[in-house]
Design a protein around this ligand. Sequence first.
Ligand code: GLV
Length: 308
Amino acid sequence: MKLVLYLQSKRRVWWRDHLQSLLPEIDCLLWEDCADKNAIDFAVVWRPPAGGLRQFKNLQAIVSIGAGIDHVLADPELPEIPVIRTTGAELTQRMREYVCLHVLRIHRQCSDMEAAQREQRWRPVITPPATRRQVGIMGLGKLGTDAAIHLTQLGFSVSGWARSKHTIAGVNCYHGEQVPEDFLKRSEILVCLLPLTPDTRNMLNTNLFEQLPSGAGLINAARGEHLVESDLLAALESGQLANATLDVFRKEPLPSTHPFWTHPNIVVTPHNASLIDPLSGGAEIAANLRRFIRGDLIADLTDTKRGY
Ligand code: GLV
């Protein structure tokens, strides 16, 4: 069996060798080294070129090197075959760290204290305890559910919203097609961990911001396309939002002239909230491919019609 790897990173040779060592029974090739496209069974990809995967006529499955599959589904000529995402305990752990870190930063007004330090001003900011801070999580998949549980353990009052019904101990769960007003009303810090689909694209917009408590904080660790950038700038300008922490952007790397870089109330992180670590991620990919070959159940198999 043969596998082709598409990744723009300089580390792709390392990735190929790593996958080869984990899957000795499969011949692992780089995209550019693949002469006989008809001989390829599997494609392991991050942001593959549009129309590229269609050329592999005997492809059985596509593996996304990441939890999101939007970068795969973006191809209008995508073959109709199974798409498997890559998750795993470490990805969840990293996202947990990111969400807890930045919720705590906003909660304790760290940016204000850092600004005061730069001006050598002694400014003891007193914030309420976490038990009196309401956090809302949009998206209750693996990452959102885990973040909600850990924020609850820190004492926060946590609500979550997802399309389908979820029950999470200690978390006030909402569900339905539309984001409920009541959920937004109680989200002093709103965390977006939604998959990117046609329904969730541009969801972080003026209409939604207006339903949050005045002075709310926003964290987007999902996809840049969830956010209407000009609406965020306007909400920060009016004070409806106090601050935003953004890990993902419409264009990555974020262009050097982009206003987010220098905005006093925006924290920019370079899409590293929770990247797949090649060691554990490679092991997850190998395990999922073996499950696929055996015909076993794969928890990471996605529903391409649904988009996640
Ligand atoms: C990262 O953005 C991922 O989809 O895992």
